[in-house]
Structure formats: structure tokens, C-alpha cells
Design a protein. Structure first.
Length: 328
């Protein structure tokens, strides 16, 4: 299985990953027989202006997508070409585009997508959609545009021997977690919590958040505890996700949000014990948000890494990490 961006050869593909100032212009390439081609494009609009080169010099550079293959726990960061086009040779199965990542103003940025698509068993050219990323200092979002006819023209130019059968399987984004009517900042006075430059929302008490490695719990049904709100009428939502690690570049090696394994809504106490055993020897991330009626906060986080979750919240920092003990 090979993954391709619009580059002339493997060496230039590596250059896209290691150098954030390469335009990586598209070129005609050959097709791996027996594989399908998943294709699309990423368009970034920053401050109401389209970014013409996603690998150029500017406020948005070093852009790429994080792809999780079927049955794998580690995702792969794939640098985009300067024009945002991507053509991936893939085998059959269900895939997830975990995140869109980029560099901006000296910092790392990641927008979690949870965008899923399926590659059929028969070699096919599968259009998964054009992702449209909107960025400014106050708002980040990702939508999907159906530009199928234009995409077919791009495919024919870049991939003349692509599988003759073409289909459209537009990515499906993960739905919001839980129910609510509006979202507030986690450090807003109404939540009755003290924040600082490293802590946004609650502070994890157990499992403690490790700044490097994942904190190992003492059982597969750990207890989660966090700093409480000063206001007793404030309740809590808790979420636990699998942590997806990302190979391909050290800049984005932190765990990314995988599938939701536990979600508890409207907890009245600042602690919760897992009711069902978690998988042994597995990395997870967890977080807590405040709730009062149908109004919630963004998910709590720690650190400086900017991490946006499309559709239901945004947050600054990492979620809290832990790892379950290995099987005995």
C-alpha cells in the first residue's frame, strides 16, 4: 500500500514532509496496479483569503492530513502538495482522515476531523471530496465541498492510468459528542474554576496527566477524578477516546483523538469509575467539560498545543493522557 501526494517522485514526497517551504508542484505519475485511488483536495481560506501554496512561506504552511488505515493503531502524516491535491493508492477497507495539521505563526496546529470514507474491493478511483478549511484568529472550521466534475479533470491530468471505474464516497464527519444547545469557554467565570496559562478547565487529579509519557493506571477500570467547580449546580461530562499516534514526522507525534470508548453526560460529582474494562496496554486520552442544563464548556485541556475539534468544541492544549496496564 502506498500513499502519494502530487509530487514527481518519492524523494520529493519526503521533501514535502521535511521542508515546509516546498511548493511540490503536481506531475503525471503512474498507478499501482490492483490498488484503488482515493483523491480530493484541501482548500484553506485564512482571514477570508485563499492560501495559494500550502507549503509556501506565510501564516499557513507545512500542511498535511493524518490518515488512519484499516485495522491499524498508528496513523500516518501525509504532506499535501502546494495546491492541496492528494492522490492515495489504497487497498480496500474503511479509512479515517484523523486530522488536518499545519504550522502557523510559529506554532503547531491540528484540526481533528474524524472524517471517514470507504475504499471498495474492486480497484476504483474514489473521490472523497474537497475539504474546505476556514481559519482566523477566533474561528476554525472544516467543511466538505462536492466538486466531483472538476476533481475528475484533475485526476485525469495527474493520474492518466487511474482505475477506469470512478465513484464518489464523500467523507462523513464524526457527529458531535453528547447533546447541548451552546458552548462556552472552559475558563468563563460561570463555571467556577481557576485557570492558568497551562490549564484550561478542570485539572486532572487521577490519572495524572504526564507531560511526556502516558500515565499507567493500576487497573482496567480506573477511577477518573478532577478538580471540581466551586458551584454545586455545575455538572460534568466525561469522554474517553483511544489515542491515535502519528508516524511520519516528529512535529505531530502527539496522540490524536481516536474513537470514543466512554462518554458520560451530566455527572454530578467530580469523579467517575469505568464501568466496563478498558483494553489492556492501550493509550487513551480523556477530558471533562462543564455542564449547566443544556449549556456546556469546551473540553478541558493542558499545555500549549493548539487542538481544534470540528463540530462540537475547540480547545487549546492537550487532552489528558493515560495508558492501561498490559494483559496478564
Amino acid at each position: 500500500m502506498s500513499l502519494r501526494t502530487s509530487t514527481t517522485n518519492a524523494a520529493l514526497t519526503l521533501l514535502c514532509v521535511s521542508s515546509f517551504f516546498s511548493a511540490c508542484t503536481p506531475a503525471v505519475r503512474s498507478f499501482d496496479e490492483g490498488q484503488s485511488v482515493a483523491f480530493g483536495q484541501v482548500e484553506v481560506i485564512a482571514d477570508d483569503k485563499k492560501v495559494e501554496n500550502l507549503q509556501g512561506i506565510g501564516d499557513v504552511t507545512g500542511a498535511g492530513l493524518v490518515l488512519l488505515r484499516p485495522g491499524e493503531e498508528k496513523a500516518e502524516y501525509i504532506a499535501l502538495s502546494g495546491d492541496g491535491e492528494f492522490y492515495w493508492d489504497l487497498g480496500p477497507g474503511k479509512y479515517s482522515i484523523v486530522a488536518f495539521q499545519y504550522l502557523s505563526k510559529g506554532g503547531r496546529r491540528s484540526i481533528n476531523l474524524g472524517a471517514r470514507f470507504t475504499v471498495p474491493a474492486t480497484p476504483t478511483s474514489v473521490y472523497v471530496g474537497d475539504l474546505v478549511v476556514l481559519l482566523n484568529d477566533f474561528y476554525q472550521s472544516v467543511g466538505m465541498a462536492d466538486r466531483y466534475e472538476d476533481a475528475l479533470l484533475r485526476l485525469a491530468a495527474a493520474y492518466p492510468d487511474h482505475p477506469a471505474e470512478t465513484t464518489k464516497d464523500l467523507v462523513q464527519f464524526e457527529p458531535p459528542v453528547g447533546s447541548y444547545s451552546s458552548v462556552r469557554a472552559p475558563c468563563a467565570p460561570e463555571w467556577g474554576i481557576e485557570c492558568d496559562t497551562h490549564q484550561y478547565g478542570v485539572k486532572p487529579i487521577r490519572p495524572a496527566h504526564g507531560t511526556g509519557d502516558y500515565t499507567v493506571t493500576d487497573s482496567l477500570t480506573p477511577t477518573f477524578e478532577w478538580s471540581p467547580s466551586r458551584r454545586p449546580e455545575v455538572h460534568y461530562d466525561l469522554v474517553i477516546r483511544k489515542s491515535v499516534s502519528c508516524r511520519g514526522t516528529v512535529l505531530f507525534r502527539e496522540g490524536l483523538p481516536g474513537e470514543v470508548v466512554v462518554y458520560k453526560e451530566d455527572l454530578t460529582t467530580p469523579f467517575y469509575t469505568a464501568e466496563e474494562p478498558l483494553s489492556p496496554g492501550t493509550n487513551y486520552i480523556w477530558s471533562v467539560r462543564f455542564r449547566e442544563g443544556d449549556v456546556v464548556s469546551r473540553w478541558s485541556s493542558t499545555g500549549h498545543f493548539t487542538f481544534f475539534i470540528v463540530g462540537y468544541s475547540s480547545s487549546v492544549g492537550d487532552w489528558f493522557r493515560f495508558c492501561t496496564p498490559p494483559a496478564r
